[in-house]
Design a protein around this ligand. Sequence first.
Ligand SMILES: [Zn+2]
Length: 315
Amino acid sequence: MLVAQNENRELINLLDEMPDSGQRFFCPACKSEVRLKCGLVKIPHFAHISLNSCHSWTENESAEHLGLKKELFAWAVSDAKVEVEKYLPELGQTPDLLINDKIAIEVQCSRLSVKRLWERTLNYRNNGYVVFWLMGNSLQLGKTLNPLQKDLLYYSENRGFHYWELDIKRSCLRLKYLIHQNLHGQLAYLTEEFSFGGQEFLEILKKPYSAQILKELKVSNDKEIHKYIRRQLYHRTLYWMRLQSRYYSEGKSILNEKFSRQWMPPGLDILTRQNTSRFCQITQDIASYYQNFLKYSTENLYPPRYYAIINQKKR
Ligand SMILES: [Zn+2]
């Protein structure tokens, strides 16, 4: 924590001022006592003496989390109203940053359950806040998408499915976009980095939605996909076993399928062509994107707007 109350109930923000350490400090949410810690590894911060009674803070924060909050505050505060760890009593939540009273920024450096993510996200949304989850090092998007990361995906017409990361070592905010998955469950995406303190922070968060030149993502198909499928069937992987039985029931064999399209947006099943997912952060209707994708996608991959434009022209 970077913000606590002193004995006079005044809020002390450690990013603004260093208080005298001879006084007592309290958590703004649960009112229990917290301690001011000034060590070598972490920046000065407050920590609960006991977390047992706190509904707003479930863990003591890592050096990465504290450091990122400090960096983002310094960056965002030059162009907007920014409050650090503003306790929102009607939600019982404390966003890491609250910008212009409406935009909650959550810096997530450790795992949380999918259930908790949904609860916290819907709590923001139902109370009129927009929330951006920015993920720390341990939750960076790698070669595959886990269920938690799936629910941290955002969507826009110009960047498709995308994911936000914070990198304290490289001092940047990173956008991974045009995220697609292939039959192996592997990911492909493009990456763009924004240095802390460079362009305006809020402008970057809005970037996926603003007018821009549409990018292309080059991918290639696995020419030996049948080998992979045989192996999956040999290991009795549930997804492939189910598909195989569906093919059988139609009098076909999955191994005769050509698999000319091996890359799809998340949530769209490659073979059944059905929408299989709900996404926690996505409120837009993406059904027409899926339809356009199935109609017009060729080998390389493009943002939803690209296929929408083709669809307009063909009408
Ligand atoms: Zn507390």
